[in-house]
Design a protein around this ligand. Structure first.
Ligand SMILES: Cc1cc2nc3c(=O)[nH]c(=O)nc-3n(C[C@H](O)[C@H](O)[C@H](O)COP(=O)(O)OP(=O)(O)OC[C@H]3O[C@@H](n4cnc5c(N)ncnc54)[C@H](O)[C@@H]3O)c2cc1C
Length: 496
């Protein structure tokens, strides 16, 4: 019963789209460590970028915009695949999965604009595009008899054996093993390593940690995107996103004196890419000595705001801000990871039979900084390419695990509280929008110690333990990269 052709860890856009691309005879298992819809995909607001209408747009323009945002450090081959193949995947969402994007009075898809895009090419479903796409993919996947879902099931370990892997999983009954011939890691981002993030609670870098533990190459974990406009709640850690599209639709960004300041840092003003806007906010806060910043969309009028941004409107109202009348308090926070498990253009890692797609992978398409709305597109395109490669291999490789499962883990020690808080403090001091190199060096020593303790103390396998170990692993790998790259990356000014 517990033997699958393909195990997919993750039920976000990458995991679901990968599952749906397999032939009906392929036995696929999708794991989700919490409820199926708790993931970053579900939270995506702005939309998905694709050149589906070439009247006023062109693949070359989308590539050029992505290169500019990425500081020309993007992998050109992957980027060309993304932009050329992406529109077909997006059209499939509409035609085969029933995804609905907003349309104008003439039923044409209405495209919006976001920072760094030279054309209106963002397909969106109001301000809840991720929920629309993920729920339609989930419904389609649930209707397939070859796809099994296991919710609240945490992938804890992967042991490579002849013909595939023994995957150690932790569910509500306890720890057990499942065998699979291939594994696709679609476990999402690492945001929960930060004190403030827009990411969902599952974003603890588990897939990257598992891949690293198997010896897979990871790359550019230090390339973190900080979104410039998360709602700056007066209290609590949770931050929700005020989509880029709000600036795309004309919102202005002002400092504590109510002054518009972006043009003094970048001629693109509010529509500069995210890294530029985030760094400008930090510089402006140092100049004014004040961290109060606001987005003002009141100029667009109540009717437009409620129709175009219903979710953001309601969410801000819950925090006591009527965005049709008031400015929205905002500040940068962690949002996205450009780096991850290094993969080729078929999502293949450096470990045999191990694939990765979505935010946990590094295809190189984003370069130093992701262009808005390119990540849902990346998840779709490269998840599909993983399935293509696995299906091709399945036709001529031995694909069943015959060896016995490994012994069950025996650790008994309960995890002491505080590890996750320590990691958040280390990274918050060392690497938030701009680096603080002194804190990077000190932080690396501290996180290495924490990781050693977590690995060497015979802890019982619980979700809490696994996530603490993942966060300590990612923090240590990231800070190591920063130390190695410090001399060459002068673009990241240390403002401390
Ligand atoms: C607030 C917000 C808004 C965004 N807006 C946009 C946007 O408008 N456009 C855009 O292109 N991008 C946007 N992004 C980014 C984009 O949503 C994500 O990069 C993308 O959805 C990631 O998809 P994924 O499938 O890789 O991961 P996720 O959707 O995060 O899914 C990860 C899955 O992995 C599972 N998982 C994790 N660890 C384990 C484990 N150990 N065992 C089992 N399961 C595990 C989780 O349970 C979850 O199901 C946004 C992100 C956020 C946070």
């Amino acid at each position: 019963m517990n033997e699958y052709d393909v195990l997919i860890a993750g039920s976000g856009v990458a995991g679901l789209y990968a599952a749906l691309n397999f032939e009906p005879e392929t036995k696929v298992l999708v794991l989700s460590k919490r409820e199926l819809t708790l993931c970053n995909s579900y939270l995506a607001q702005g939309g998905v970028a694709a050149v589906v209408d070439k009247t006023d747009d062109d693949y070359r323009l989308h590539i050029a915009d992505t290169l500019i945002a990425g500081g020309y450090k993007n992998d050109l081959r992957s980027l060309e695949i993304l932009v050329n193949e992406g529109p077909e995947d997006v059209l499939r969402l509409i035609k085969q999965m029933g995804v609905e994007f907003d349309r104008d009075e003439t039923r044409q898809i209405s495209m919006t604009l976001e920072g760094g895009h030279s054309r209106r090419r963002i397909l969106h479903h109001k301000d809840s595009t991720g929920r629309e796409i993920t729920s339609k993919l989930l419904a389609a996947a649930k209707s397939r008899s070859n796809i099994t879902f296991m919710e609240y099931t945490h992938l804890s370990s992967l042991k490579p054996v002849q013909g595939g892997f023994w995957a150690g999983v932790l569910d509500q009954q306890g720890f057990h093993y499942i065998s699979c011939s291939y594994c696709i890691l679609c476990t999402g981002g690492i945001g929960r390593m930060y004190p403030y993030t827009t990411n969902s609670a599952i974003a603890t870098g588990d897939g990257i940690t598992l891949a690293h533990e198997l010896g897979a190459k990871t790359k550019n974990l230090h390339l973190i995107q900080f979104h410039p406009t998360a709602f700056a709640a007066a209290q609590g850690r949770e931050r929700f996103l005020i989509s880029e599209a709000v600036r795309g639709e004309g919102a202005i960004l002002v400092n504590c004196f109510g002054e518009q300041f972006m043009k003094s840092y970048d001629k693109r003003g509010e529509l500069a890419p995210r890294d530029v806007v985030s760094r400008s906010i930090i510089k402006e806060s140092i100049r004014t000595g004040n961290e109060d910043f606001y987005l003002d969309i009141t100029g667009r009028g109540e009717e437009f705001i409620k129709r175009r941004f219903p979710m953001i409107y309601e969410r801000c109202l819950e925090e006591g801000i009527d965005i049709a009348k008031d400015r929205i308090p905002v500040f940068p926070c962690q949002h996205y990871l450009m780096g991850g498990i290094n993969v080729n253009v078929y999502g293949d890692t450096t470990v045999d039979r191990l694939y990765a797609a979505g935010e946990c992978s590094h295809t190189g398409v984003h370069g130093m900084n992701r262009l808005a709305s390119n990540s849902l597109l990346e998840a779709l395109v490269f998840a599909r390419r993983c399935t293509y490669d696995i299906s091709r291999r399945m036709r001529h490789e031995q694909s069943s695990v015959t060896s016995p499962p490994p012994p069950l883990p025996t650790g008994k020690r309960a995890l002491e509280p505080g590890y996750r808080t320590s990691i958040r403090q280390i990274i918050g001091r060392a690497w938030f929008v701009v680096p603080n190199y002194e804190a990077v060096h000190d932080g690396l020593k501290e996180s290495t110690k924490i990781l050693k303790k977590l690995k060497n103390n015979d802890y019982a396998i619980t979700s809490d333990y696994l996530e603490a170990k993942s966060l300590a692993t990612i923090c240590t790998l990231l800070l190591k990269e920063v130390v190695q790259k410090e001399p060459e990356e002068s673009w990241l000014e240390d403002l401390h």
